[in-house]
Design a binder for this molecule. Structure first.
Ligand code: UDP
Ligand code: MG
Length: 321
């Protein structure tokens, strides 16, 4: 615990090419936080290697308001690492994370903070879909949560995003996780603590483009699933058993055809088809093993998960027990 911090709320915003959004977001956040009469707060923008003027805009905001801080990454490390950096550097007694593009309405902060003041330690949010979210995004997200929940021991609620409030004790717990492939959405529900969910209507992106292309979303989903569960590794056993059983039945049929009918063995096509099919399945399974092996490899190097080039805020030094 950082006992000497008198900052009540830290707001953490991963920012990647959001020059058109940061100023408006900062002013909306300030309005909400001032209305709530928060004694002291800080807004930390994590510039995740933006190539536009995001950082200059943030520095400009900081020139007029010292409660605004920035962390500049040396390159793009990704949303989850930007979030982790924000949690590592935040000093508040509660930390709220939200996206820079105003899809996460700052107005919801008052409800979150009220719940926190009433004892909640995690306030997470559930997105209620509206048309603004593309049909494709909506259905791919649904599919992801369905698969992820089939595979993991602790369910992840559908529609949860990285828009949440965490009490200081939860933030300190997360800091202890040295995972190189962090997936906070899968991790936080497993932590325990007093967790409360609230619903909100997602707004549409204020300015700029989404940073999650289909490829990135697929990667994110794969990372999410393989970060929170080892079950995909066991697939091979069931699939292997299933195909061995099919092969056995087919073998019996082939013997029957050879012995009791006059039809000669004509079908090399079916043979090739089944060989290719099983070959494909094997490659998928080797790929799954490969993903876990790759993660072990990266983790074993113990590299820092992000590099800060410049910042306006120093990480609090913790004395490890
Ligand atoms: N973001 C980031 N690094 C990245 C990609 C995204 O920090 O590599 C930030 C981005 O600036 C935004 C948030 O993560 O604040 C969510 O990104 P986006 O709005 O593009 O995702 P979507 O809402 O489309 O899922
Ligand atoms: Mg967005």
């Amino acid at each position: 615990m950082n006992a000497n911090s008198n900052i009540e709320i830290s707001v953490v915003v991963p920012t990647f090419n959001e020059e058109g959004n940061v100023a408006l977001l900062a002013s909306e956040l300030k309005t909400v936080l001032d209305q709530l009469q928060i004694s002291a707060y800080e807004i930390i923008f994590i510039d995740d290697g933006s190539s536009d003027a995001s950082l200059e805009v943030i520095k400009g905001l900081r020139a007029t308001d010292r409660r605004i801080h920035y962390l500049q990454f040396s390159r793009n490390f990704g949303h989850q690492h930007a979030l982790k950096a924000g949690l590592d550097h935040a000093r508040g007694r509660a930390v709220i994370s939200l996206d820079a593009d105003l899809q996460h309405p700052p107005a919801l902060l008052s409800e979150m903070i009220t719940l926190w003041r009433n004892g909640a330690q995690v306030v997470y949010t559930r997105r209620q879909d509206k048309q603004q979210i593309g049909l494709f995004k909506k259905w791919s997200a649904k599919l992801f949560y369905w698969i992820a929940n089939k595979l993991s021991e602790v369910p992840i609620e559908e529609g949860t995003a990285d828009f949440r409030l965490l009490d200081r004790c939860v933030v300190d717990a997360i800091k202890g996780f040295k995972e190189s492939h962090l997936f906070l959405r899968g991790l936080i529900p497993t932590l325990g603590f007093k967790q409360v969910g609230i619903d909100y209507q997602a707004a549409s992106r204020h300015s700029g483009q989404t940073k999650y292309s289909f490829g990135k979303m697929f990667q994110f989903a794969l990372n999410g699933i393989t970060s929170s569960s080892a079950k995909p590794l066991y697939f091979s056993i069931y699939l292997g058993l299933f195909f061995a059983f099919c092969a056995f039945i087919y073998g019996c049929y082939a013997i029957y055809v050879a012995l009791f009918t006059n039809a000669a063995i004509t079908g090399w096509a079916s043979l090739i088809a089944s060989v290719l099919f099983i070959g494909g399945i094997q490659m998928i399974l080797i790929g799954i093993v490969g993903i876990y092996l790759g993660k072990l490899f990266v983790q074993s190097k113990q590299r820092p998960t992000y590099i800060i080039e410049s910042n306006s805020i120093q990480a609090i030094q913790h004395h490890e027990a």
